[in-house]
Design a protein around this ligand. Sequence first.
Ligand SMILES: Cc1cc2nc3c(=O)[nH]c(=O)nc-3n(C[C@H](O)[C@H](O)[C@H](O)COP(=O)(O)OP(=O)(O)OC[C@H]3O[C@@H](n4cnc5c(N)ncnc54)[C@H](O)[C@@H]3O)c2cc1C
Length: 390
Amino acid sequence: MDLDLDEHTLAFRDEARAWLADHVPRTPLASFDTAEGFEQHRAWEAQLADARWSAVSWPAEFGGRDASLLEWVILEEEYYASGAPGRVSQNGIFMLAPTLFAHGTPEQRARILPPMARGEEIWAQAWSEPEAGSDIASLRSTAVKTDGGWLLSGQKTWSSRAAFADRAFGLFRSDPESKRHKGLTYFMFDLSASGVQVRPIRQLDGEPGFAEIFLDEVFVPDTDVIGEPGAGWRVAMTTANNERGLSLRSPGRFLAAADRLVALWHAHGYPEQVADRVADAWIGARAYQLYTFGTVTKLAEGGELGPESSVNKLFWSHLDVELHETALDLLGPEAELRRPPGSDRIGEQHPGRWLNGWLFSLAGPIYGGTDQIQRNTIAERLLGLPRGDR
Ligand SMILES: Cc1cc2nc3c(=O)[nH]c(=O)nc-3n(C[C@H](O)[C@H](O)[C@H](O)COP(=O)(O)OP(=O)(O)OC[C@H]3O[C@@H](n4cnc5c(N)ncnc54)[C@H](O)[C@@H]3O)c2cc1C
């Protein structure tokens, strides 16, 4: 692609930059992994939606701007560079919404997307189960057909945002005779519905970043099935490729962190012993940006995200860990400082954000599919190597 932005894209970037400069809260919001912070972030989502910055690539009828993917990537760069709050709505906007565009009905899109864009309905991803993490196809939660809908039962775990979220999306076995990828159905359900119990789980930083969800014959209407009953695996692959491939972690996040790392290096008097690692982190973030432009071009030309998403996921998760480890080494004794409990990860100058950022980066090689799983995918589906024993 041509890396010089055209006038239209430059105008979009300038508009976003100006709006963010005027509106990003000067006092960081509380962490969205606390009840208070969750509500503050919900209000921020509404503010973004009012100015139509919440989901720019969506059609205007759902609150978007009909923006191109390139414009979305540019917005993300501006967003993170401005120190704006993390997106509490990210599961919905970046994973469920693309799934609804690909497999949902017009009724579902009209009903679900506008309140999602405004933060009125915040979504959790209810995929993992105690015995089904890497191997989702071994999931045991069930869906039994009843009049006008389904009864969901079982247990989900590690569900980010579920401690405070409103709704969740997940896969359930709807055909008891089926095995593995067959006979699964993709549902949306209310976390406050009768029969649902949510138990928060504390993360490394002490806050309830995710939760377990217990379901006991929870009624879900037919209108909350995405795609055909029994064909949930195909629908789930759209969500997974979006999670790994582009939308969950745009380059903007790493570009902003790499720039902060360079600034930290300057502030510490350019210590030579970490110079190469600082340069590697900065180059890695730029390389990911350029690779993303390539992905955007491919998608704009009608291509689809496929197993190469695994290369992407492996790359950014390691970049994030190495970038934060370099910052901690640079900080020396100050690296022991943590951000004040309850404050946001993004949008503050406290040195403790590096330790908190590092703690979170350690999860990158796990969530969205572990490193080992990405490597299996790369080996088998991209390199054509034989399938290992499992
Ligand atoms: C911060 C965070 C947020 C998360 N958020 C969500 C969420 O919102 N929703 C959700 O549903 N889940 C979420 N998860 C769960 C995450 O998706 C799972 O932890 C992940 O898929 C791994 O599954 P598991 O923990 O069951 O580990 P297991 O699948 O039990 O794996 C254990 C180890 O064995 C390895 N392994 C397993 N199978 C193979 C194989 N075939 N070949 C080689 N190695 C293998 C794995 O790589 C891993 O190292 C989150 C996790 C974290 C850490």
